[in-house]
Design a protein around this ligand. Structure first.
Ligand SMILES: Cc1cc2nc3c(=O)[nH]c(=O)nc-3n(C[C@H](O)[C@H](O)[C@H](O)COP(=O)(O)OP(=O)(O)OC[C@H]3O[C@@H](n4cnc5c(N)ncnc54)[C@H](O)[C@@H]3O)c2cc1C
Length: 155
């Protein structure tokens, strides 16, 4: 705060949760926030952006290396693969925002966590579930594109 001379030096970072209806046009593919803006809830937007990138690499690598046609159908496959995992995580973000964060910020009384969160107190093993869901996503992506084989691994 000592560095700020006036509030004009502060910029507003608007939080949005939305999705493009169509993620691709001929020779153009939007992934990450360009296709679906993520809210900060859960700190998960970067995970989705990386998962999209892996899916795109797996689907497009052969064509991008000149060994096949880069068709609109291939671009559409990326959206088809990544759209529903995005919808699920964005849905969770919106529920947490409406049910918990808005109440905490707007409320004045004592905050009582919902019943399913109280279960985490009594059954610590359950705490792994939201971490896995948010960390790994609802559809895991693993690199299978040929680039994995040709890029030398540093030792
Ligand atoms: C307030 C806030 C806090 C958040 N906190 C978290 C968090 O803690 N953890 C988390 O996982 N997610 C968080 N998110 C979500 C996360 O920031 C995004 O989901 C994630 O950054 C998306 O990554 P991306 O690579 O798709 O897009 P971006 O990170 O937005 O990257 C796009 C890049 O493209 C550059 N760019 C734009 N136009 C051009 C151009 N014409 N030419 C060249 N470069 C260009 C931009 O400068 C930017 O570097 C937060 C979001 C908000 C709004």
């Amino acid at each position: 705060m000592d560095e700020l001379k006036s509030f004009d030096e502060v910029s507003l970072l608007t939080v949005a949760v939305d999705r493009l209806p169509l993620w691709h046009k001929p020779a153009l593919l939007c992934i990450g926030d360009a296709a679906h803006a993520m809210s900060p809830v859960g700190g998960v937007g970067i995970n989705l952006a990386i998962q999209d990138a892996i899916a795109a690499a797996n689907i497009l690598a052969v064509s991008l290396s000149g060994k096949g046609p880069l068709s609109d159908q291939l671009l559409a496959q990326v959206q088809k693969r990544r759209e529903w995992p995005t919808k699920v995580i964005q849905g969770i973000q919106v529920i947490i925002q409406k049910r918990m964060i808005s109440r905490v910020l707007g409320g004045t009384g004592k905050i009582v966590p919902p019943w399913f969160l109280r279960l985490f107190i009594y059954f610590p093993v359950l705490r792994r579930l939201p971490a896995r869901l948010m960390g790994l996503g609802v559809r895991r992506e693993r690199v299978t594109s040929p680039a994995r084989a040709i890029i030398p691994v540093e030792k």
